[in-house]
Design a protein around this ligand. Structure first.
Ligand code: PEP
Ligand code: MN
Length: 341
């Protein structure tokens, strides 16, 4: 349920409603919209009589939220959520660029790529240490050693880092080494894992499942948020359709759809969607134009020798071109690319 206050409602009137609700053991979510202050009510709201709330002075309306992903919905919280990864804000006016290798292959390569991409404007680095590979014979990642190298590369370049967590038993390890925990497409509906993520305050980057609808995706986010971790970033990475000219179909329409339905930030990963570095460039540009709060791309210095996802990994010079394009497009839509101070 949400309670919408009249334009310029008095603080005193708002406090009276808050007191009534907290005395009745409800949790509150406060948000100041452009014109109206909105209170989101948390708890079993079926016991609340909306007519009583509407009688309070300063209250314009009390409405039951119909979406199942209530706490992630824009109805419940009209203002955009900004998730902070280290000092980097995701979901505000600035667009954040995340770059790095698909997998951390060794210490030297992750340091080298991290230095190159951060010099060109990436403000978060990525690298997988536990890899969800389709074949059990493919490189599975370096495990903790990989996380350690990624963290060291991040510290060296003074940026946060993101890596994929596949099972709850590694959560403590990830809390130690990463600034954002990525939940991959294949685990978007691993509800046991999602519930565990409520026990950390680390930001969670929740990738869209390859056959998930936007509603299913938001319901997965709701598992994390309703359990007590509000720091969720959505990541569109392409879905499986009948089209096979690209690795997946990058559903860029999900960006404005999510913006309408939810207050959570959304970033786009064109690398896994397109599967081919030449196709990553135009779709990354489009993702900025359509309103994404960030872009995540894979970069490798020698993609032909990469242990995973070489064909879709950009060469450092292509990443540099992309950054130049991004600045122009961001400017055209009244935003800018986030830069470190
Ligand atoms: C990744 O980002 O390395 C990855 C495996 O992504 P996805 O879960 O989108 O396939
Ligand atoms: Mn990859």
């Amino acid at each position: 349920m949400i309670i919408i206050f009249e334009k310029n409602a008095k603080q005193n009137d708002i406090q009276k409603v808050e007191k009534y609700l907290t005395e009745n053991k409800f949790g509150l979510n406060r948000s100041q919209g452009k014109d109206h202050f909105v209170l989101g009510v948390i708890g079993d709201v079926s016991t609340i009589n909306t007519d009583i709330l509407k009688e309070f002075s300063g209250v314009e309306n009390a409405i039951r939220v119909s979406e199942s992903y209530k706490r992630c919905s824009r109805t419940f919280k009209p203002t955009d959520t900004i998730v902070k990864a280290g000092n980097v804000p995701i979901g505000g006016k600035d667009i954040v660029i995340i770059a790095g290798p698909c997998s951390v292959e060794n210490e030297k390569m992750v340091h080298s790529i991290a230095t190159k991409v951060t010099k060109k404007g990436a403000t978060i680095i990525r690298g997988g240490a536990y890899k969800p590979r389709s074949s059990p014979y493919s490189f599975q990642g370096l495990g903790e050693e990989g996380l350690k190298y990624l963290k060291e590369a991040a510290l060296e370049n003074n940026v946060p880092c993101v890596s994929e967590l596949m099972s709850a038993d590694k959560l403590e390890l990830f809390e130690k080494y990463v600034d954002i925990i990525q939940i991959g497409a294949r685990n978007m509906q691993n509800f046991t894992l999602l519930k565990e993520l409520s026990n950390t305050k680390k930001p969670i980057m929740l990738k869209r499942g390859i056959s998930a609808t936007v509603e299913e995706w938001l319901n997965s986010a709701e598992y994390i948020v309703s359990g007590g971790n509000p720091n969720v970033i959505l990541c569109e990475r392409g879905i499986r359709t009948f089209e096979n000219s690209t690795r997946f179909t990058l559903d860029l329409s999900s960006v404005p759809v999510i913006k309408k339905l939810s207050h959570l930030p959304i970033i786009v990963d064109p690398s896994h969607a397109m599967g081919n570095r030449k196709l990553v460039l135009p779709m990354a540009r489009a993702a900025i134009a359509v309103g994404a709060d960030g872009i995540m791309v894979e970069v490798h210095e020698n993609p032909d020798k990469a242990l995973s996802d070489g064909p879709q990994s950009l060469l450092p010079y292509q990443f540099e071109t992309l950054m130049k394009n991004f600045k122009i497009i961001a400017n055209a839509i009244g935003r800018k690319i986030y830069e470190l101070d």
